[in-house]
Design a protein around this ligand. Structure first.
Ligand SMILES: [Zn+2]
Length: 122
């Protein structure tokens, strides 16, 4: 009896076949030659494989995505500040004390921060 198992780490599908040969000739075959082997779903594989594989992947994706986004925004905002652009929206503020586009306070060092009474009125 040969047992074929599919699924990692737990078996999801299992099929059993039996073949006996003598002198190169099949003398017993279960299921018969030309018939499909019956396959059975295994509960542990169906339930736990997606949890053990997909959940960690989504945790990693959920961590990497925001980290890359924050890193990218930091690079973009520093580049805007060097070119005297608002770090909030990228508007060219030059010597303006407050960004007319989003209301962020423009600091002469080339970086922007919110004024004390900042309110976008949203
Ligand atoms: Zn702005």
């Amino acid at each position: 009896m040969e047992v074929f198992r599919v699924g990692v780490p737990f078996t999801t599908i299992e099929a059993r076949m039996r073949r006996h040969t003598a002198g190169g000739e099949v003398i017993l075959a279960e299921p018969g030659i030309g018939e499909k082997a019956s396959a059975h779903w295994r509960v542990e594989g169906v339930l736990f494989n997606p949890l053990l594989i997909a959940v960690p992947i989504w945790i990693v994706v959920g961590f990497i995505g925001p980290t890359l986004n924050k890193w990218d925004r930091g690079i973009k905002h520093r580049a805007w500040a060097k070119r005297w652009m608002c770090t909030g929206c990228g508007y060219d503020v030059q010597e303006l004390p407050i960004c007319p586009e989003c209301g962020l306070k423009n600091i002469p060092t080339g970086s922007c921060e919110k004024p004390e009474n900042f309110d976008r009125g949203l």
